[in-house]
Design a binder for this molecule. Structure first.
Ligand SMILES: *Cc1c(COP(=O)(O)O)cnc(C)c1O
Length: 364
C-alpha cells in the first residue's frame, strides 16, 4: 500500500487556532486526524483522514483492561522560509514497530504511515505555529479494540495520529532543573517493557513523579530495577553526564527507551570529536566524580525539551551540584545545533530533515 494517497473527509467546522504565544502543551488538537483499523485476516485497512473527533469503543475493548498500547511522539517545525519539516520521522515509525512487536501488536507499514502523516500535517499546516520555539506535536498511537476481557493479544486494533500545536519549551531561556534520584520506585526492568514506548511504563512512573514534585524537584532519575545502583533515565528523557572531558550515557540494556534525541546527540558528539561512551554508570561512580570535581555537566534529552540541563541532583539526602547550576557548554551546543537543524536554520549534515511538501494533502 506504499504509494496510496489517503482519502480525506474534510472538516466542515474548522476550529479557531490558538495564538502562538499562549499555547499550552497537549490540550489543543487540530482539525483532522488519521485513523486506520486492523482486523484479521485483512490486516490494516480503512485508512483515512477525518475530522478530529471522539471515537466509540466497546467498554470491553481490550485496551482498557490490559493496556496493550503503543505511542510515538515527534514534531513538525516551521522554518524561516515557510517550509514545514519533520525530524527523523522514519526513526519514530521504526521504533513504533519495535514497541509493537514487544506488545504483540501487528506491525504498521512504516513508509505508508509516514506518507499519511505528511498528508495530515500538510492538510493542517495552518496549525503549525510560527513563533520562536513553537512546533506541531505529532502523536501516532495504537490501541487494542477487540471487545473481549480475556488476557490475550487482541485481534483488532485502531491506529491513529493526532496533532497538537505546542509552545516553546523554554520560554524564559534554558534553566537547569533539580532532579531527585529515585530509590524506592522503579520504571522498568530488563525483560520488561522499558524499551517499548507503551502507556504502562508511564502509569508506573506517576507515583514517583508525584512525590518528587511534592518535594520540590522537577523529575526523578531512575535507577536500574534490580539493584537500584545503575543510572537509567531521567523522567521521560535519556540522560548524559560529562565526566572529566568525556560524555557518558547509560548503555541500552533492554529497560532503557532508545531515544531518537539520544541517538542524534551521540552522532553529533562523534561528529565533533567529543569522546562519548555508552556504558553502565552507577550512582556511586557519579557521586565520586562529583566529590573529585570531575563531574562537569549533566542533561536529559528528548523530543519535548531537546536538551534539559540538570543543575542539581539529590541522592539519599546528599546534594550533587553541577556546573554551578548553569547550562554546560556541551549541552548548549547540542541544544543550539539540534534546534537549528529542526527549524531549518542550520545545515543538516546527517539528512535528518524530511520536508512536508505543500499540496500532498490534495487528492486527485
Ligand atoms: C520518548 C522517551 C524518551 C525520549 O525519546 P525521544 O525519541 O528522544 O523523544 C526517553 N525516555 C522515555 C521513557 C521515553 O518514553
Amino acid at each position: 500500500m506504499g504509494d496510496r494517497r489517503v482519502e480525506v473527509e474534510f472538516s466542515e467546522n474548522l476550529k479557531e487556532k490558538p495564538k502562538s504565544d499562549d499555547l499550552v502543551f497537549g490540550r489543543t488538537f487540530t482539525d483532522h486526524m488519521f485513523v486506520m483499523d486492523y482486523s484479521e485476516p485483512v490486516g490494516w485497512h480503512n485508512a483515512k483522514i477525518i475530522p478530529y473527533q471522539p471515537i466509540t469503543l466497546d467498554p470491553s475493548a481490550m485496551t482498557f483492561h490490559y493496556g496493550q498500547t503503543v505511542f510515538e511522539g515527534l514534531k513538525a517545525y516551521y522554518t524561516p522560509n515557510g517550509d514545514i519539516q519533520l525530524f527523523r520521522p522514519e526513526t519514530n515509525l521504526r521504533r513504533m514497530n519495535h514497541s509493537n512487536d514487544r506488545l504483540c501488536i501487528p506491525p504498521i507499514d512504516e513508509a505508508f504511515v509516514l506518507k499519511a502523516i505528511k498528508q495530515l500535517v500538510d492538510l493542517d499546516r495552518g496549525w503549525v505555529p510560527t513563533a520562536e520555539g513553537t512546533s506541531l506535536y505529532i502523536r501516532p498511537f495504537v490501541i487494542s479494540t477487540e471487545p473481549y476481557i480475556g488476557v490475550a493479544p487482541s485481534h483488532h486494533y485502531k491506529f491513529m495520529v493526532i496533532l497538537s500545536p505546542v509552545g516553546a519549551y523554554y520560554k524564559e531561556g534554558i534553566n537547569p532543573v533539580k532532579i531527585a534520584v529515585e530509590n524506592q520506585y522503579v520504571r522498568a526492568v530488563k525483560g520488561g517493557t522499558g524499551e517499548a514506548k507503551t502507556g504502562g511504563n508511564y502509569a508506573a512512573s506517576l507515583k514517583a513523579q508525584e512525590i518528587c514534585e511534592r518535594n520540590g524537584f522537577t523529575q526523578v532519575l531512575w535507577l536500574d530495577g534490580v539493584e537500584k545502583k545503575y543510572i537509567e533515565e531521567v523522567g521521560s528523557m535519556n540522560v548524559f553526564f560529562k565526566i572529566n572531558g568525556e560524555v557518558v550515557t547509560p548503555a541500552l540494556n533492554g529497560s532503557i527507551l532508545e531515544g531518537i534525541t539520544r541517538n542524534s546527540v551521540i552522532q553529533l558528539l562523534n561528529y565533533w570529536d567529543i569522546p562519548v561512551d555508552e556504558r553502565k554508570i552507577s550512582m556511586d561512580e557519579l557521586y565520586q566524580s562529583y566529590l573529585d570535581g570531575t563531574l562537569e555537566e549533566a542533561f536529559g534529552t528528548g523530543t519535548a525539551a531537546v536538551v534539559s540541563p540538570i543543575g542539581q541532583l539529590n541522592w539519599d539526602g546528599k546534594d550533587i551540584f553541577i556546573n554551578d547550576g548553569k547550562t554546560g557548554e556541551v549541552a548548549k551546543s547540542l541544544y543550539d545545533t539540534l534546534t537549528g537543524i529542526q527549524y531549518g536554520k542550520k545545515e543538516d549534515p546527517f539528512q535528518w530533515i524530511e520536508k512536508v511538501p505543500e499540496g500532498s494533502a490534495i487528492i486527485n
